[in-house]
Design a binder for this molecule. Structure first.
Ligand code: NAD
Ligand code: TYD
Length: 364
C-alpha cells in the first residue's frame, strides 16, 4: 500500500490520474494538493472515493512539509503547473513562480521530510513535457531521453528548469526521483483552452476554429489514460534517478486532428438527431459540414513545428505501450464532452471569455 500526494490533482491530467489510481489501487491513501487556479476544478474529482483535497499552493513549503510528514506520504506525484503555452506568452511570470519556484519548494519539503531520520524508501515523481526538447524538423529523429534540452517558450523553459532541479536534488542530496517527459495529451476534463476541447466546444456552438499558421505543426497525441498508465509503470518499475519519455506513437499534423474532429462531429449529429436541438448553432445542425468553421489565424510566436517521442526506453524497461490509438481515443473523448456538457458549461464564465478575447484578438 502506498500513501500518495498528488499535486495538481484537480487539473486535467492530475484528476485523470487520481481517477485511474483509485480504480487500480483501491487501498492506497490519496491526498491532492492543489491551489485551484483557473485550471483546477473540484468537479474533476467528483465521484472518486476517499480522496482528500487540500487547497494550497505548492510554493507553500510549510504546508507541503506538514502534509508529507503528517500523512506519512511515501510517493509524491507532481503535476501542478501552469501548463498552457499561449498563456506563457501573454504572462510568463506565473510560469516561473509555479513551475520553477513551486517545484523547488516541493523538493525542499521532500528533502526535509524524507532525507532526515531513517531515510525510508520514497519517490518524488516529476511529470514533465516533451516540449523541453524544443522543435524537430520533418526528418529529425524523435525525442529520446538523451536529446539535449532546447526549450523555446516560457512554458517549456520553466518546465526544463524544474526538470533540472529535480535531477540536481537526486545527484546532490540523494532524493529518490523519477521524471517522465510526455507528449500532448487529450481526453476527459481537459480545460477548453487547449486545441481539442476548444475546437470541440467551438464546433458545437458554430464558432470559428482558429488554426494557427499553416496548420501543419505536428504533435504526438496520447490519450490521458495512457499517460496515467505510463506514470504508474514508472512508479512501479522505473529506476530511481532516470527519466522516461512517454508518447502516443501517433504523430499528426494539426490539420489532420482538426479534420478528424470535424468529421466526427458531423457523424455524431447524423447519428443523433437530438444533438441538432441541443446545439442549433452548429453547422452540423443545419446540414453544413463542421469544417466550414476552419479559420486560419496569425501564428503563435515561436510556434514549435514538430514534437515526436521515441518511446523505446519506456517500452523496453517498463513494458509500457499506449493502449488506445488516436481514432479510438478521440471518439471516446468526443462522447465524453457531449455527455458532460454541465462540466464544460460551468467553465465558460467571464474569466474564460476574457482569456479567449485576449489570446485571439489581433490574430484574425
Ligand atoms: P492543467 O493546467 O490542466 O492543471 C494544472 C493543475 O495544477 C490545476 O489543477 C491547477 O489548479 C494546479 N496548480 C497550478 N498552479 C498551482 C500552484 N502554484 N499550487 C498548487 N496547484 C497549482 O495541467 P495539465 O494539462 O493537467 O498538466 C499537468 C502536468 O502535466 C503539468 O506539469 C504539465 O506540464 C504536464 N504535461 C502536460 C501535457 C498536456 O498535454 N497537457 C503533456 C505533457 C506534460
Ligand atoms: P495546444 O493544445 O495549445 O498544445 P501545445 O501548444 O502544448 O502543443 O496546441 C496544440 C497545437 O494546436 C499547437 O500546434 C498549436 C495549435 N493550436 C491552434 O492551431 N489553434 C488554437 O486555438 C490552439 C489553442 C492551438
Amino acid at each position: 500500500m502506498a500513501n500518495l500526494l498528488v499535486t495538481g490533482g484537480a487539473g486535467f491530467i492530475g484528476a485523470n490520474f487520481v481517477h485511474y489510481w483509485r480504480e487500480q489501487h483501491p487501498g492506497d491513501q490519496i491526498v491532492v494538493l492543489d491551489s485551484l487556479t483557473y485550471a483546477g476544478n473540484r468537479a474533476n474529482l467528483a465521484g472518486v472515493n476517499a480522496v482528500e483535497l487540500v487547497e494550497a499552493d505548492i510554493r507553500d513549503e510549510d504546508t507541503a512539509t506538514t502534509l508529507l510528514r503528517d500523512r506519512a506520504i511515501d510517493t509524491l506525484v507532481h503535476f501542478a503547473a501552469e501548463s498552457h503555452v499561449d498563456r506563457s506568452i501573454h504572462g510568463p511570470d506565473a510560469f516561473i513562480d509555479t513551475n520553477i519556484l513551486g517545484t523547488h519548494s516541493l523538493l525542499k519539503a521532500a528533502r526535509t521530510v524524507w532525507l532526515s531520520g531513517d531515510g525510508k524508501p520514497h519517490r518524488f515523481h516529476h511529470v514533465s513535457t516533451d516540449e523541453v526538447y524544443g522543435s524537430l524538423g520533418p526528418d529529425d529523429a524523435a525525442f529520446s531521453e538523451t536529446t539535449p534540452y532546447s526549450p523555446n517558450s516560457p512554458y517549456s523553459a520553466s518546465k526544463a528548469a524544474s526538470d533540472h532541479l529535480v535531477r540536481a536534488y537526486h545527484h546532490t542530496y540523494g532524493l529518490q526521483v523519477t521524471t517522465s517527459n510526455c507528449s500532448n495529451n487529450y481526453g476527459p476534463y481537459q480545460f477548453p483552452e487547449k486545441l481539442i476541447p476548444l475546437f470541440l466546444i467551438n464546433a458545437l456552438h458554430g464558432r470559428a476554429l482558429p488554426i494557427y499558421g499553416d496548420g501543419m505543426n505536428v504533435r504526438d497525441w496520447l490519450h490521458v489514460e495512457d499517460h496515467c498508465r505510463g506514470i504508474e509503470a514508472v512508479l512501479q518499475r522505473g529506476r530511481v534517478g532516470e527519466t522516461y519519455c512517454i508518447g502516443g506513437g501517433e504523430e499528426l499534423a494539426n490539420l489532420t486532428v482538426i479534420d478528424t474532429l470535424c468529421a466526427a462531429v458531423d457523424a455524431a449529429f447524423a447519428g443523433d438527431p437530438g444533438l441538432a436541438q441541443r446545439y442549433p448553432d452548429a453547422p452540423a445542425a443545419r446540414g453544413l459540414p463542421t469544417d466550414s468553421l476552419k479559420t486560419w489565424v496569425k501564428d503563435r510566436p515561436g510556434h514549435d513545428r514538430r514534437y515526436a517521442i521515441d518511446e523505446t526506453k519506456a517500452r523496453d524497461e517498463l513494458g509500457y505501450r499506449p493502449a488506445r490509438d488516436f481514432k479510438a481515443g478521440f471518439a471516446a473523448t468526443l462522447a465524453w464532452y457531449i455527455a458532460n456538457e454541465p462540466w464544460w458549461r460551468s467553465i465558460l464564465d467571464g474569466s474564460y471569455r476574457d482569456w479567449v478575447e485576449a489570446n485571439y484578438a489581433g490574430r484574425g
